[in-house]
Design a binder for this molecule. Structure first.
Ligand code: LHQ
Length: 255
């Protein structure tokens, strides 16, 4: 239900159920977790691009699988969705969501769990949960207010209206909007750029920033000092400083 391909140091994970708008199934959750673990292990990989096949990014839970069933909602989330969302956080490499088409429900939440988001000008986002009487899950109540602020988050979650790529950009929900014609190439170029940067340092930025969301200033300062001790021992730090002094462009190896 997904594909995994490494190209130019970028692991491209593509959700691949285009006829179902890439809606989640139990199997897809497992495959995404495995793909993220693989990308973390793979020494050649320095950035992860997470996208969808066909017209949509992801339409959330496959409602065909739950309609008319006695669903254990809590169990569903604890066993299937939550471990997947946590795996995005555990991955110490930058993850870019390439929102090629509509992202709805848990599909939107997962895009928020990625570190950065680029979107096709023709794509849209819908916090669809309220439209079926549900609560934003899969980290939707955690990431959304932190990315766009509480006021906008409550509006998007309570009204459940579709927003355009331009509106998403305006409110800081996505980082870049690319033309639909060459979206895949531009998204890959964006990921390739990240893959050329100091991968270990970026992994530490990721960990420290997310930790910082849950700590006070003193604890964050302490964690920054700890992270900097690690970053300061990397080859990319040496290279960065040397290149600066020599007035040339740095060549980072990710080590
Ligand atoms: C779909 C879906 C879909 C199946 C489009 N499933 N087929 C956690 C705990 C436990 C249980 C419940 O869920 C969760 C987490 C969640 O994610 S809850 C939220 C689930 N997702 C939604 O409620 C979104 C439902 N879909 C939509 O609102 C629209 O389809 C969107 C905005 C995604 C796309 O709208 P359009 O571009 O107008 O396309 P469409 O509505 O015509 O859909 C295209 C096809 O995809 C269509 O099938 P068809 O055979 O008629 O072409 C849809 O039935 C199918 N599809 N979403 N989630």
């Amino acid at each position: 239900t997904i594909t995994y391909e490494v190209t130019d140091r970028v692991a491209v994970i593509t959700m691949n159920r285009p006829d179902k708008f890439n809606a989640f199934t139990e199997r897809m959750h497992k495959e995404i977790i495995e793909a993220l673990k693989q990308a973390q292990k793979d020494q050649d990989v320095r950035c992860i691009l997470f996208t969808g096949a066909g017209r949509a990014f992801n339409a959330g839970q496959d409602l065909g699988d739950v309609i008319g069933q006695e669903v254990d909602f809590g169990g569903f989330l604890r066993e299937r969705y939550n471990p997947m969302v946590l795996q995005f956080q555990k991955t110490e490499k930058p993850i870019v969501a390439a929102i090629n088409g509509v992202a709805a429900g848990a599909g939107m939440s997962v895009a928020l769990a990625c570190d950065l988001r680029v979107i096709s000008e023709k794509a849209s986002l819908v916090n669809a949960f309220v439209n079926i009487g549900l609560v934003p899950d899969s980290g939707g109540c955690y990431f959304l207010p932190r990315i766009v602020g509480l006021g906008k988050a409550l509006e998007l979650a309570m009204l459940g209206e579709k927003i355009t790529a331009d509106e998403a950009y305006r409110i800081g929900l996505v980082n870049q909007v690319f033309p639909a014609e060459d979206f895949a190439e531009q998204a890959l170029a964006y990921a390739r750029k990240l893959a050329s940067l100091p991968t270990k340092g970026i992994g530490l930025i990721k960990r420290t920033m997310y930790k910082g969301l849950q700590m006070d200033l003193e604890q964050t300062l302490e964690y920054e000092a700890y992270a900097q001790e690690i970053a300061g021992k990397t080859a990319d730090y040496e290279e960065g400083v040397t290149a600066f002094i020599e007035k040339r462009a740095p060549f980072f190896t990710g080590q």
